[in-house]
Design a protein around this ligand. Structure first.
Ligand code: AMP
Length: 236
């Protein structure tokens, strides 16, 4: 039965549009039950022992689905999970239409002439609030970048409509250290993708600190991780 279902899924993917071939997964665009859908398929890693590989891939799929559901339950925007096939390691997700990545949005805002600093800071504040909410739910994203946040255009709405995606490396943890590292990963990615935006990122952290109930310990851990990173780069 499971095998038959997987065959049907693979046949379905054969007709879907391949959007991205990553190191761990392929991302497809398709229509599923009439709905615009993104399908993420994890594939086997040949260099890993097959049993271990199966276990790891299964765990990643489970964790991704679990984190998305946990976020959605808490009112954090993430794509709806339509269907999961654990045999072929496929997750069928709502396609977020009319969206761009935060990465592209920041890049185009910085190219425009007017109000860019104020606009970027407003976006950073929103990002800080959402990440605070996610961490208060003990969801660690594991791969926070401005490419893993989509911005949905929603007419004249004053508030940014941010959607978090790609929870493939996520897990559940209440430890301030894990949350601090999550923010550190974002800081590194943010400042290397968008050079000279230190003030914007500080706004994000300020907003995180004032929105999260447990931010004091997290920011303290972030400072420790930053210090360790600096020491390591001095030695290297
Ligand atoms: P991922 O490997 O999950 O980061 O996805 C690769 C790219 O596909 C992202 O950078 C997005 O541009 C796009 N993408 C992924 N998930 C969605 C989604 N649910 N809706 C719209 N676009 C998506």
């Amino acid at each position: 039965m499971a095998e038959e279902k997987s065959m049907a899924v693979l046949e379905f993917l054969g007709k879907a549009e391949l959007l991205k071939q990553g190191a761990e997964a392929r991302v497809y665009r398709a229509h599923f039950l009439g709905k615009p859908t993104i399908v993420k398929q994890r594939f086997p890693k040949r260099y890993r022992h097959p049993t271990l590989d199966e276990k790891l891939t299964h765990r990643r799929t489970t964790q991704e689905v679990r984190s998305i559901l946990r976020c959605r339950k808490a009112g954090i925007s993430t794509p709806v999970v339509y269907f999961v096939d654990y045999a072929s390691h496929c997750i069928f997700l709502e396609e977020i239409l009319d969206s761009s990545t935060v990465r592209d949005h920041i890049a185009s805002t910085r190219k425009s002439d007017s109000c860019q600093q104020a606009e970027l800071e407003r976006l950073a504040e929103r990002m800080g609030q959402i990440l605070a909410k996610m961490h208060d739910e003990d969801v660690i994203h594991g791969d926070l970048t401005t490419s893993n946040m989509l911005l949905r255009r929603s007419g004249e709405q004053a508030e940014y409509n941010l959607v978090l995606i790609d929870f493939g490396l996520s897990y559940i943890s209440a430890l301030p250290e894990d949350k601090g590292v999550d923010l550190y990963v974002l800081e590194k990615a943010f400042l290397s993708t968008h050079p000279n935006t230190e003030e914007v990122f500080e706004k994000l952290l300020k907003s995180y600190a004032s929105s999260s109930k447990k931010s004091l310990a997290v920011i303290k851990k972030l400072d420790e991780v930053r210090l360790r990173g600096r020491k390591r780069s001095m030695v290297g």
